[in-house]
Design a protein around this ligand. Structure first.
Ligand code: ASP
Length: 332
């Protein structure tokens, strides 16, 4: 029987919703519930449970990502697969971050959670948990999100719904597996590698700016570049932003380049890829030296940059690596 390490990090799945109470994070109650569930789960795998931290996922940051990557690395030889229980709000960020932090996997690292606490009778938690554990026993050497009967590549997934059980999607890459009567594994799952390379450092020297109509460039003038090394611009459509009149953003972007800040353009549209050659603003950004995030999610773009900034002192090296497909996060 396969050995699976179940790592608890918090989130709605672990919340207590006893009658008359607002949902709260309750590690004790969670442990009781899990031990109730374990007899069923033990038909699928031999499971060991560890509580690494216990947070609403809004409070998860680079330290938690590093801790998770380091923990999995330490236990790597002892288990056949890993399941991480995590809040849904930032699950796609953690999954993306871990995909860069744990390169060269030969076993699954599966994240799951739920929209309704496990303690609630109408919860999606049990189904997601059983599915995730089963997926962790299969040949799936990737960091993936298993949710609502779908398995997505972690760095391609994004949270789409606050209330629906079908909370995630992978707009630019088909699911890795679908779970129905049978489990259908797709043939675009990455090949296993036996050279695990682990990173536990991420940088916070990246800033994400969402473009919107009437964005006042005066506000941007107040930005203190300080330690900033990269600016990710979440632009419109194929990578567009205002370039006329008072709202022209090009002077600000020029200033960023002069301050040796790496410019990266991603899109607010989830489907398809940024193409900076399509329109005048994109072409102007390209002339300034901006990089395109192509069809990467914002989560993957941001965590890839955070991973690369921590790894390399030179922005030139960061930019070269950013434009490579590291772990299937971008379509070549
Ligand atoms: N706020 C929760 C979290 O992300 C939401 C969830 O788990 O669904 O931790």
């Amino acid at each position: 029987m396969k050995k699976i390490l179940l790592i608890q990090t918090g989130g709605t799945i672990a919340m207590d919703m006893s009658e008359g109470q607002r949902p709260t994070l309750n590690p004790k109650k969670w442990t009781e519930l899990m031990y109730e569930a374990i007899p069923e789960l033990s038909k699928i795998a031999q499971i060991k449970m560890e509580r690494l931290f216990f947070e609403d996922s809004s409070d998860i940051n680079k330290k938690h990502w590093g801790k998770l990557a380091g923990f999995i690395c330490d236990k790597y030889e002892d288990y056949d697969g890993f399941v991480i229980l995590h809040g849904t709000d930032t699950m796609a960020y953690t999954a993306s971050a871990l995909s860069f932090a744990l390169q060269g996997l030969d076993k699954p690292v599966i994240l799951t959670g739920s929209q309704v606490p496990m303690s609630n009778i109408r919860s999606d938690a049990r189904r997601n948990l059983v599915n995730a554990i089963e997926m962790a026993t299969l040949p799936l050497p990737e960091v993936a999100i298993c949710f609502n009967d779908f398995v997505y590549r972690g760095n391609r997934a994004t949270k789409m719904s606050i209330g629906d059980f079908d909370a995630f999607a992978s707009p630019n890459f088909p699911p890795l597996a679908e779970i129905g009567l049978n489990i259908e594994m797709r043939n675009h799952i990455r090949a296993a590698s036996n050279k695990l390379e682990v990173a536990t450092d991420f940088s916070d020297q990246a800033f994400l700016l969402k473009i919107y109509p009437n964005l006042n460039p005066g506000f941007l003038e107040q930005i203190n570049f300080g330690d900033m090394r990269a600016l990710i611009i979440e632009a419109f459509g194929s990578g567009n932003f205002p370039i006329r009149g008072d709202q022209n953003l090009l002077p600000f972007f020029k200033k960023c380049i002069q301050n040796d800040i790496l410019l990266i353009i991603t899109s607010q549209a989830a489907y398809d890829a940024v193409n900076l050659s399509n329109y005048e603003s994109g072409r102007k950004a390209q002339e300034l030296g901006a990089n395109s995030a192509k069809d990467m999610t914002t989560e993957a773009t941001l965590t890839k940059i955070m991973y690369l900034l921590a790894k390399y002192d030179s922005n030139k090296k960061v930019s070269t690596q950013f434009n490579c497909n590291l772990v299937g996060e971008v379509t070549e």
